[in-house]
Write a protein that binds this ligand. Structure first.
Ligand SMILES: NC(=O)c1ccc[n+]([C@@H]2O[C@H](COP(=O)([O-])OP(=O)(O)OC[C@H]3O[C@@H](n4cnc5c(N)ncnc54)[C@H](OP(=O)(O)O)[C@@H]3O)[C@@H](O)[C@H]2O)c1
Length: 291
């Protein structure tokens, strides 16, 4: 039995909260910015429903075993406003976001030794507050160790592909290769079918190659073929499939520009590796965001 405060019930958070509630040994509280009555997640295993306790004010939080931070990366500091009341001496924080800086984003708010970074691959969309659709299987990857193992145990009933790795660095950078290649869709306001244009495909490969170069400097092991694999995967996907930066831009929300492309430029600079195409994507998306 675990007490859990899930912060950020969007596409990922509401889907995970619905799954957690299916194990009635867990006591799940959802910390929301936008309230809702109940959760309903349409998943590959069927529709799952739940009615966890919902709180909307950080003052309502109580100490829990686990805090799960599921906001967008740019809302990390506001997610941390829930921590003071929710944190006891042994509370652990799972950071379930994209990017490669899960720990860095939260270490000024939480004891670094009790932060569990989580690589999540779970295609999900938010249909309305508390309503989500999970479009495919879920994969969770965490660093090897007691904290990672105990985090994965929270989802033991969910039949996710959940595993520990002794090379978390490579796992998150491989996911970043995929995410950085999504930028042209957000720039062009086009779904993934645009990858059938040879010039766009080459741009995606270049974005990924820049990411691979920085990833290797950061200690990741990635094959050269990742760039071609990502373009081939994009071309196999339904042509109208989007990505979350495209969805955010279309909805007029902020985008995870820094976590998905800016980080490649920033960390590349640290190692003397230029990432000009990622810098171009950052400039164009930041300009689009300001319009
Ligand atoms: N969606 C996917 O398929 C997918 C797949 C893999 C990884 N990811 C990553 O997972 C992370 C979450 O993505 P998402 O798609 O779930 O985002 P999302 O649908 O935009 O959900 C984010 C949620 O956080 C809430 N929130 C923001 N600040 C908050 C605060 N201070 N307190 C409480 N709640 C707060 C938002 O509230 P409102 O309801 O008011 O907006 C929203 O419900 C991102 O890093 C994303 O890149 C997403």
């Amino acid at each position: 039995m675990a007490s859990i405060l899930l912060v950020g019930p969007g596409a990922i958070g509401a889907t995970l909260a619905a799954w957690l509630c299916q194990d009635d040994r867990h006591r799940v509280v959802v910390a929301a910015r936008t309230p809702f009555e109940s959760l309903e997640a349409s998943t590959p295993s069927g529709v799952i429903r739940a009615k966890p306790q919902l709180i909307t004010d950080p003052a309502q939080a109580r100490p829990v075993d686990w805090i799960l931070a599921c906001t967008k990366t740019y809302d990390s500091d506001s997610a941390a406003s829930w921590f003071p009341k929710a944190t006891g001496p042994s509370t652990r924080l799972a950071v379930i976001q994209n990017g490669v800086e899960h720990v860095q984003r939260f270490e000024r708010h939480f004891d670094r030794a009790r932060i569990v970074p989580v690589m999540i691959d779970l295609p999900a969309d938010r249909l309305a507050p508390g309503r989500t659709i999970q479009r495919g299987p879920a994969q969770l990857v965490v660093p090897e160790g007691k904290n990672g193992a105990e985090f994965l145990a929270l989802f033991a009933h969910a039949n996710f592909d959940a595993r520990q790795t002794d090379d978390f660095t490579s796992a998150v950078w491989k996911k970043l290769c995929l995410n950085c290649a999504g930028a042209p869709c957000a720039v062009l306001l086009e779904p993934i079918g645009i990858s059938h244009h040879d010039g766009v495909a080459e741009l995606m490969r270049t974005l990924v190659r820049e990411c691979i170069a920085v990833a290797r400097a950061e200690g990741a092991t990635l094959a050269d073929g990742v760039a071609d694999d990502i373009v081939a995967g994009a071309r196999r996907a339904p042509k109208d499939a989007g990505n979350s930066m495209l969805a955010d831009r279309r909805a007029g929300r902020p985008m995870e520009i820094d976590a998905r492309n800016g980080v490649i430029v920033r960390l590349g600079g640290k190692h003397g590796i230029a990432a000009p195409m990622n810098a171009l994507m950052v400039a164009m998306l930041e300009a689009a965001q300001e319009v």
